[in-house]
Design a binder for this molecule. Structure first.
Ligand code: NDP
Ligand code: ZN
Length: 183
């Protein structure tokens, strides 16, 4: 099975798994837009060419947010992809704040592939928090999210200079935009 075929298979698999789910922004965009965007960011901005990493980007929220088991991913996409997705899966039985703290704590210890996906994930989510935030989020909460994202990314420096530079520019623009909206 070639890489291109597996990439398409992952897009189709994730689209089916995320059926009916929407992003939290007021445009209620289909959820699948986000994992696809993460993969595009890795390819376009990060110049990532490793198919397993791009496939893991597309699948990164399936175990956490849909009825998908690790076995299913292992069988269809192999051990490496499955390993990345598991590294990127929060333990939903834990309280939300603890999950946030654990992401900061665990980020430096992730594999390089998982770090790349997490960098793309933070870029995608902070772009949304800036331009299309979840319904009902105050300015303070949006700024808190950006600050938390910076802490997670701080533990993954030295992974991909293109992504990290893009992230830094995004943060500067986000703060600028949010400080203007405060005025
Ligand atoms: P989350 O941090 O879980 O919500 C953000 C997550 O939702 C993102 O990481 C992203 O995850 C997903 N998402 C879906 N749609 C969007 C979108 N449009 N923009 C950005 N992200 C999106 O929020 P919680 O509700 O879980 O709250 C977490 C923390 O916030 C808690 O620790 C709590 O203490 C704190 N909090 C702060 C408040 C305040 O006013 N300051 C109020 C309430 C809570 P994915 O990549 O998985 O899709
Ligand atoms: Zn995500």
């Amino acid at each position: 099975m070639n890489n291109l075929n597996n990439l398409l298979k992952a897009a189709s698999f994730a689209a089916k798994k995320h059926t009916g789910q929407t992003r939290k922004g007021n445009d209620a965009a289909p959820y699948i837009n986000h994992p696809l965007e993460v993969a595009v960011i890795l390819s376009n901005v990060g110049k990532v060419e490793d198919a397993d990493v791009l496939i893991a980007a597309i699948l990164h929220d399936t175990i956490e947010d849909t009825e998908t088991g690790a076995d299913e991913i292992r069988e269809l996409f192999g051990e490496t992809v499955c390993g990345y997705v598991l590294e990127l899966t929060d333990d939903k039985s834990l309280p939300k704040q603890m999950r946030k703290d654990l992401q900061v704590e665990h980020a430096p210890h992730l594999s390089t592939g998982a770090k790349l996906v997490k960098l793309g994930d933070k870029i995608s989510n902070i772009t949304d928090v800036t331009n299309n935030p979840p319904d009902g989020w105050s300015l303070e909460r949006r700024l808190e999210y950006i600050e938390w994202g910076e802490k997670v990314v701080a533990g993954m420096r030295g992974t991909n200079e293109h992504l990290e530079h893009f992230f830094d520019e995004l943060i500067a623009q986000s703060r600028e935009k949010l400080s203007n909206s405060e005025a």
